[in-house]
Write a protein that binds this ligand. Structure first.
Ligand code: TXA
Ligand code: MG
Length: 339
């Protein structure tokens, strides 16, 4: 048991927060750090005992590999072997999207402990765009292994208080830099080169970097059925609130049972909306009130799910969004929460 402390990484506190965080990481402890996507549970990726503590704190099965974060592009070859035939593509993708929410699966170097990759020959790598995360990563000097800072199977945290609810007592420190500005986890791809053509990007997880953005550099395809990683992070059921949660596709799909309380997780929450007016909801929470912006909906998604989970409703009903741009990643999370 730890007494979990939250340290604020505000203007004055930046340096103190950074020093403390680095000291814990150097000691082989795991701590929660903000990234631009969601809060991560961080450990020195080259220290297997520290990495083991991540799995313990999250109660995460050891066959679910972790993402490794590098402080600079130069550090890529410390963790991954970049095959010659995709070197140019990696250059282009990193130029365009790093630092940022794109994770690329590459063959790993021997320095990366097997525990990090769950014994896989590959490693998922990204460079976080969060200034606080970056400065801690640089000061540590080693890559940082970090999954989302939630207990296994639960909703990813997008604030320090959400991390506290998930992992309070299990870790010594949470660095609080406010709300995350993407709100959903990074896009994950694997690259397959093709002779004389743009490479194929197999989409392992939809995220803030959209298919439309990736298409400039390659052909985006779904992961081949046989290749689908048997990792829990890829399971249909994930991101689950404790309250029963159901994504419906049209108003007719919902038949309320008498005496039960229902909340609606709505995109815009507008009064005349077909889902809003179909029932006298006990609560309506809008992801992006008013005109509806997908980027705002993504930022608010996990926060709204947590908020509704605490209302003591009998069931949460989610309305669908159209699957374009960021809508793909949001619908992916709603489906998994609903499975
Ligand atoms: O935005 C994010 O990616 C956040 C922040 C903290 O960086 N991290 C995150 O990590 O979402 P996590 O562990 O919750 O999800 C990582 C997923 C795993 O579930 C796994 O399926 C996939 O990445 N993954 C990691 N390494 C892989 C590999 N070598 N091959 C295939 N999938 C891999
Ligand atoms: Mg996760």
């Amino acid at each position: 048991m730890y007494e979990t402390r939250i340290i604020e990484a505000t203007d004055d506190g930046m340096k103190d927060a950074q020093n403390e965080a680095v000291a814990f990481l150097q000691k082989g402890e795991v701590i929660a750090l903000p990234t631009e996507t969601v809060y991560g549970l961080a450990a020195d990726a080259f220290n297997p005992e520290a990495v083991a503590k991540i799995f313990a704190a999250k109660e995460r099965p050891e066959f679910d590999p972790l993402i490794v974060h590098i402080a600079s592009f130069q550090d890529l070859e410390r963790v991954a072997i970049v095959p010659e035939d995709i070197r140019e593509t990696i250059g282009k993708l990193s130029n365009e999207f790093w630092p940022g929410p794109l994770t690329i699966i590459l063959p790993k170097t021997p320095q990366v402990p097997d525990l990090v990759t769950s014994g896989l020959p590959t490693v998922g790598v990204r460079q976080s765009g969060h200034p606080m995360f970056q400065s801690i990563n640089k000061a540590l000097g080693n890559p940082i292994a970090a999954p989302s800072a939630n207990r296994f199977g639960r909703i990813s945290p997008t604030s320090a208080s959400a991390v506290m609810k998930e992992l309070g007592g299990r870790i010594p420190l949470i660095v609080d830099a406010g709300a995350c500005n993407e709100g959903i986890e990074s896009t994950i791809i694997r690259i397959e080169p093709r002779e004389g053509k743009k490479p194929i990007f197999y989409l392992h997880r939809a995220g803030p970097i959209t298919k439309e953005q990736l298409q400039k550099f390659g052909k985006v395809e779904k992961v081949k059925p046989g290749e689908k990683l048997q990792a829990p992070g890829q399971l249909a059921s994930h991101y689950a609130p404790l309250t029963p949660f159901r994504l419906i596709s049209k108003p007719d799909d919902f038949t309320p049972e008498p005496g039960k309380t229902y909340g609606l997780l709505s995109y815009k929450g507008e009064e005349g909306g077909e889902f809003v007016r179909m029932h006298r909801w006990d609560s309506v929470v809008a992801l992006s009130p008013g005109s509806g912006k997908l980027s705002e909906a993504a930022i608010r998604l996990f926060y709204a799910m947590r908020e509704m989970d605490e209302m003591g409703l009998d069931e949460i009903i989610a309305e669908p969004l159209s699957e374009v741009g960021l809508g793909v990643a949001i619908m992916d999370r709603l489906r998994r929460a609903s499975a």
